[in-house]
Design a protein around this ligand. Structure first.
Ligand SMILES: N[C@@H](CCC(=O)N[C@@H](CS)C(=O)NCC(=O)O)C(=O)O
Length: 212
C-alpha cells in the first residue's frame, strides 16, 4: 500500500519529510490538508490536527522527525556520536529556529490574533539573533549541518533557515550560516520543495521577499 503524507506545500514542517522522501526516492501520495475532506481525514487519524502526518499501511505516524526516521532511516548515522550531533541539530533547528520564526508569523496572522503582540515579536526576533551566531560557529567548516553527509539535520535546517531568514535576516557577518543556507537550498530535494511551495508565497503574512 502506498504511504500517504498529509501536509501542506508551504508548511515548514511538511518540508522535512518531503525532503527526506525525495532524498531516498520513496513513493508516496501527497494529501493536501488545504482540502476540507483531507483535513477531516487528518483529524480522524490525529485529533491534534497538526501536520505532517504519515499513514503507512494504515498506521498513523506523527511528528516530522519521527516520520523521517521511519521513511529514511539512513538519514541518521549508525555511529552513536554522529547520530547525537544529527539529532541535536534537528532539535535546535526545530526548537530554537522554527519555533521563534513561527511565533513571529503567528502574530501576523489575523485568524490567530487581531492585535499583534509587539513584545512577543521582539522576544522571538531576539531568540533568532541569539541562535544565529551559535549555528554559524557550529556549522563552520562543515558541508552539511552535522558534517560531511546530508542527514535528518539538513531536512530540518533547510525549512527552518529558509523561513527564519525571511522573518529575521541572518546578519552578513555570519558567513558560514549564510553559506550553509544557500548550499542546502540548492540541494535538489530541497530546491524541489521550495519550487512546489512557490505558488503559495502570497500566504506569507509578512510579505515574501523577492528572492530564494
Ligand atoms: N512538532 C511538530 C510540529 C508540526 C507543526 O507545528 N505543524 C504546523 C504546520 S507547519 C501545523 O500543523 N499547524 C496547524 C495547527 O497547528 O493546527 C512536527 O515536527 O511535526
Amino acid at each position: 500500500m502506498t504511504m500517504q503524507l498529509y501536509g501542506h506545500r508551504f508548511s515548514s514542517y511538511t518540508w522535512k519529510p518531503l525532503i527526506a522522501l525525495y532524498e531516498v526516492g520513496r513513493a508516496f501520495e501527497f494529501r493536501d490538508v488545504e482540502k476540507p475532506d483531507v483535513q477531516a481525514e487528518l483529524a480522524a487519524h490525529w485529533p491534534v490536527g497538526k501536520f505532517p502526518l504519515l499513514v503507512d499501511d494504515g498506521e498513523p505516524i506523527m511528528e516530522s522527525t519521527i516520520i523521517i526516521e521511519h521513511v529514511a532511516p539512513d538519514l541518521v548515522p549508525t555511529d552513536r556520536n554522529s547520530a547525537r550531533e544529527v539529532r541535536l541539530l534537528d532539535r535546535v533547528f526545530d526548537n530554537a529556529v522554527m519555533t521563534p520564526t513561527q511565533a513571529v508569523v503567528a502574530e501576523h496572522l489575523p485568524f490567530i490574533t487581531e492585535t499583534p503582540d509587539a513584545n512577543r515579536i521582539a522576544r522571538a526576533r531576539a531568540s533568532l539573533d541569539k541562535i544565529y551566531p551559535w549555528l554559524d560557529a557550529r556549522l563552520a567548516g562543515r558541508e552539511w549541518a552535522a558534517g560531511d553527509s546530508f542527514t535528518l539535520a539538513d531536512c530540518s535546517g533547510a525549512p527552518s533557515l529558509f523561513y527564519a531568514d525571511w522573518v529575521q535576516p541572518i546578519p552578513e557577518g555570519l558567513g558560514a550560516l549564510k553559506a550553509y543556507r544557500a548550499r542546502v537550498l540548492a540541494r535538489p530535494s530541497v530546491a524541489r520543495v521550495v519550487d512546489e511551495a512557490r505558488p503559495y508565497r502570497a500566504y506569507f503574512p509578512l510579505g515574501a521577499p523577492d528572492r530564494d
